[in-house]
Write a protein that binds this ligand. Sequence first.
Ligand SMILES: C[S@@+](CC[C@H](N)C(=O)[O-])C[C@H]1O[C@@H](n2cnc3c(N)ncnc32)[C@H](O)[C@@H]1O
Length: 343
Amino acid sequence: MDSASIGAPASSCSTPSNSAVIEHNHSDIFDDDSDYASGFDSYPSSLISSGTLASRNVNGRRYFSRRQVDYSLPYDEEEEVRLDLLHRIWTLTLEGRMFKAPITGSPDKILDVGAGTGLWAVDVAERYPDAHVFGTDIAPSKLPWTPPNLDMQLEDIEDDWVFPESTFDLIHVRSMVCFVTDWPRLLTQSLAALKPGGYIEFHDFSPPFECEDGSLAPSSVLSLWVKTWQEGAALSGRECGTVGPGMPAMMRAAGFENVVDEECKIPLTGEKPQDKRLREMCMCMLRQLLDGAEGRTLDMFIRVLGWGKEDVEDLIARVRSEMLNSEANTFSRVYIVYGRKPL
Ligand SMILES: C[S@@+](CC[C@H](N)C(=O)[O-])C[C@H]1O[C@@H](n2cnc3c(N)ncnc32)[C@H](O)[C@@H]1O
């Protein structure tokens, strides 16, 4: 099989239709009194006053909860490195662009929903120094430095939003599919928070891993791992596989217009692409999955699905081995979807 059939050509994406719970005061890692944003509007955080993160230790990895949110990925340095690798993958996927929505001129206010380590928010703040950028997350930001026009704010995006109506020119939502219980509500709140003519833009992976040449056996550990993880997410009220393909329809139903959607494929196992950009995307995907396999699996399989620790450790080892050795030509499908709030 030639490399072109493994993933989309370099230049084209297609446009189709047991746990210990510890309470942490986060004041040591989050400067609530930051005055970086002086001169810009600011909004009261819905979470900032609650002051505590409940964290749980699962087999040596740290996870946390806030109110009703049991976030199933870790909150530690290894996960930060993985998220930064994901940022690289997205930057390569978008060929250096921060977003694809046709925003002309310099946006005034931008929101990054579930900002994670904040690299997208930092990049966009530096690219648009006259814009005021907000990054929200249930976890406090650990950025050592933020540009003066960026506010990292503690918010549960499934709560009522604190931002006034018609505030933002752009709302960016990336890598959140398995972590939101009510997408229609998120889209409705985004529509309200956008200015007329403003855009929402969604970037995400869509599990499971796919293969178009039949080289992925149904008994593949990789497939079973993702399928079982998705079952755990569904038990926690979060659907994964239907969100990306369903996003254009969900945006239209929420009231967005001029909705545009693209699909790309990021190669994973099997034959490696010749194209330099695709090859780097593939290598970064493998790295972040190998590094992230433990963190992604422990909490979901032990706490949510009730697996035993040894079975989970065995699964993680087999998943890693298959990622490194499989000859199946698998890829991850990603969705890029944006839509405009009517004028
Ligand atoms: C997989 S990471 C993606 C981070 C970032 N969007 C990116 O692309 O690098 C998911 C992020 O969503 C955050 N998150 C999960 N549930 C959330 C919620 N209900 N409200 C706000 N943030 C949430 C997590 O803390 C984590 O930082």
